[in-house]
Design a protein around this ligand. Structure first.
Ligand SMILES: Nc1nc2c(ncn2[C@@H]2O[C@H](COP(=O)(O)OP(=O)(O)O)[C@@H](O)[C@H]2O)c(=O)[nH]1
Ligand SMILES: [Mg+2]
Length: 387
């Protein structure tokens, strides 16, 4: 595996729909208010964002004025639509020219499917904050997203071999709330190499912490990378045993994006007051929460609902997973594989000393960790009682 994976991400949609605002809020720490100062994007603005150390997103923010779009579809077609990993197409829900907007969308998606047949398509229907009061049930959003799905189906059916083509997902968004993080996390999740491996390790970390869940966030953007157990957005029937046992079904569906937004806001406040943000821990009546750096580019949030689990125990386990998990982010040759790595058939990493008995693989320390966890918990409880 090459150490760095590059992915081309096209950001398109009519002028004023909010493309540059989104990119600035997610990747450049702008507040929603700051975006009012942004000027119109002229032609294509390219920027490279390093994500997780090993993934570079080449963002192509394509100015949406009609003259530019006509040019993308003619003279620049081959350059713009070749080798695309993801198209993020932004609509403005308040637009009064819907027919016109979807006509352009149809032309763009046809050009994309012709040139990059595997590209994923995310449609973000933006500025939902401006219509939510008058349409709380989101009927307009439902109609708009139905139109979009139909167009995509029509384009697919006009092309042969449609089984190979990437899917389309629609999200309602606003730069003024956490919905933006939900949509962008969903995009990013599909672009990360070895995502299944990261998920398997998070699930293992959750298990040894006797926790409800362990969630990894990218350190700069605070987008969710992955979570333990069932996939993001699972319904109750899809939860795994541990999630069901500890009541994950009753947790808010919007918790991930809310955390992204809150932590980013909190970190900004810390920066303003000259404090450094390194993480936090909190113990509530019904849960214990720890947020700690996991690798140079990731934070992990572990949430335990069992009252016997102490935050020091979670910290101890995070600490012991750091060096192994950090290897995925920055190396193509690992010092060692743990049992989770060995069982993963998709793993492309080579290993320096696979059979070196002196290095105890992370998950092979399971029994030892379990014992230490038990002792640690006991000790912490005793100290607290003694206090
Ligand atoms: N109310 C509201 N305004 C938004 C939202 N997203 C962007 N805007 C505003 O829309 C204007 C145009 O945004 P911009 O990002 O330049 O659009 P672009 O042409 O698609 O890049 C700016 O004044 C933003 O503050 C949103 O979700 N809600
Ligand atoms: Mg722009």
């Amino acid at each position: 595996m090459s150490a760095t994976a590059k992915r081309k991400v096209l950001l398109m949609g009519k002028s004023g729909s909010g493309k540059t605002s989104m990119r600035s809020v997610i990747f450049q720490n702008y507040s929603a208010r700051d975006t009012r100062r942004l000027g119109a994007t002229i032609d294509v603005e390219q920027s490279a964002v390093r994500f997780l150390g090993s993934l570079v997103l080449n963002l192509w923010d394509c100015g949406g004025q009609n003259a530019f779009v006509d040019n993308y579809l003619t003279a620049q077609k081959d350059t713009i639509f070749a080798n695309v990993a993801v198209l993020i197409y932004v609509f403005d829900i308040t637009s009064t020219e819907w027919e016109n907007d979807v006509r352009y969308f149809e032309e763009i998606i046809s050009a994309l499917r012709e040139n990059s047949s595997d590209a994923g398509v995310w449609v973000l229907i933006n500025k939902m904050d401006l219509v939510d009061k008058e349409d709380p049930k989101r009927k307009k959003y439902a109609e708009r997203s139905e139109d979009i799905v139909k167009i995509d189906e029509r384009v697919r059916s006009e092309m042969s071999d449609d089984g190979r083509r990437g899917g389309l997902r629609c999200f309602p968004t606003s730069i003024w709330d956490e919905s933006l993080y939900k949509a962008w996390s969903s995009v990013i999740h599909t672009l990360i190499p070895n995502i299944n491996l990261i998920t398997a390790h998070l699930t293992y970390l959750r298990d040894i912490c006797m926790a409800v869940e362990a969630v990894a966030f990218e350190a700069e953007t605070f987008l969710v990378i992955s979570k333990s157990g069932s996939p993001l957005d699972s319904n109750e029937a899809e939860l795994d045993d541990q999630e069901t046992r500890y009541g994950a079904g009753s947790l808010s569906k919007h918790r991930f994006e809310k955390i992204s937004e809150i932590i980013k806001g909190f970190r900004k406040t810390c920066q303003r007051t000259g404090e450094s943000f390194t993480g936090f821990e909190a113990k509530f009546d019904d849960c214990t929460v720890v947020l700690e750096p996991l690798t140079q580019n990731q934070f992990v949030l572990v949430v335990a609902a069992d009252p016997i689990v102490e935050s020091a125990l979670i910290q101890y386990n995070i600490y012991h997973s750091q060096s192994h998990l950090a290897e995925f982010a920055r190396k193509s040759v690992l010092d060692r594989k743990c049992g989770i790595c060995r069982r993963n058939t998709e793993l492309k990493y080579e290993v320096k000393d696979d059979d070196d008995p002196s290095v105890l693989a992370w998950d092979e320390a399971w029994d030892r960790l379990k014992q230490v966890n038990g002792r640690l918990n006991e000790r912490i409880s005793r100290v607290e009682i003694g206090d």
